[in-house]
Design a protein around this ligand. Structure first.
Ligand code: AMP
Length: 278
């Protein structure tokens, strides 16, 4: 494994080896098994795997959230070192990717970004698209691996690649969960023990909501979820949405398997998201 802090050094080395397939796994670090699954998948498909570790400031609308985002660089490197294969880590400072003042580029993703995470985190996807485009331009991967944990982000990245005609294949990967069902997330480390013990309720609720779909409409299921969290005031429900998995627009009729249910809740100060096929 090699570690690079500057794109110029990484690209100089990359130009020497002429890898035919390069898989990129963009991350913000504090790596867990969800990230590692993406890296393993990329190792199966590519001669060289690049793992970027960079907490992208332009996708945070809240400076406290950015400041408190978990960091564990040394342990991240240890986890990656255990994997067999050709892994290069790219861990830049902001100045290697952004000029001052650090700002996001403007994109138009229409209704894909006006809902859920886009509606609740101001300019979040403008920041995501900005950094993903920069990483694609700088690192020129042939494929890039994204988790369905951030399903809306995955759709935005696909739209970005189509809009900007970036020659990279986007590979979606399934959500990895703890044995109690909680979706793995770097943010789980921020939960206090009481909230960590309660957090599996998020996925349980998604599953219970899914079981209701045989006999109930999306509107009825949504109000059931709202009522459920009113009875559990430790959780602050931000949204629960049953949407078409392509357009991400709220659906009022369940059409076969093309739907997904999305949820965002706060437990104390920690904001968690999850989604399931519906
Ligand atoms: P992050 O470091 O949170 O920005 O995530 C980096 C990548 O890992 C994104 O493509 C995420 O969707 C993906 N990811 C994060 N958590 C999981 C998980 N539990 N299962 C699958 N992919 C994940």
């Amino acid at each position: 494994m090699r570690v690079f802090y500057q794109k110029s050094e990484l690209n100089a080395s990359k130009n020497k080896i002429l890898a035919k397939s390069i898989g990129l796994v963009p991350t913000m670090g504090a790596l867990h098994k969800g990230h590692i699954m993406l890296v393993k998948r990329a190792l199966e498909d590519n001669e060289l795997v690049l793992v970027s570790i960079f907490i992208n400031p332009t996708q945070f609308d809240n400076p406290e959230d950015l400041k408190n985002y978990p960091k564990n660089f040394e342990s991240d490197l240890q986890k990656l070192k255990k994997l067999k294969g050709n892994i290069w880590v790219y861990a830049p400072k902001a100045s290697d990717l952004y000029s001052e003042p650090i700002t996001a580029k403007l994109f138009y993703f229409g209704s894909l970004e006006s809902t859920m995470e886009g509606a609740n985190r101001k300019d979040h996807f403008q920041g995501v698209a900005t950094i993903v485009q920069k990483l694609f331009e700088v690192l020129e991967p042939t494929s890039a691996y994204f988790g369905e944990k951030d399903f809306q982000q995955l759709k935005i990245v696909i739209a970005l690649v189509n809009q900007e005609k970036i020659p990279v294949k986007i590979i979606p990967c399934p959500i990895i969960r703890h044995s109690d069902g909680l979706a793995m997330s770097s943010r789980n480390k921020l939960l206090n023990p009481k909230h960590r013990a309660m957090a599996p309720i998020i996925y349980e609720t998604l599953q219970k909501a899914s079981a209701l779909k045989e006999k109930h409409s999306p509107v009825q299921i949504e109000s059931w979820v709202i009522d459920f969290f009113e009875l559990h005031p430790e959780f602050e429900l931000e949204y629960f949405t049953i949407a078409d998995a392509e357009s991400l627009q709220k659906t009022s009729i369940l059409n076969g398997t093309k739907n997904r249910a999305f949820i965002a809740v706060k437990l104390g100060h920690v904001r968690l998201i999850d989604n399931v096929k519906f």
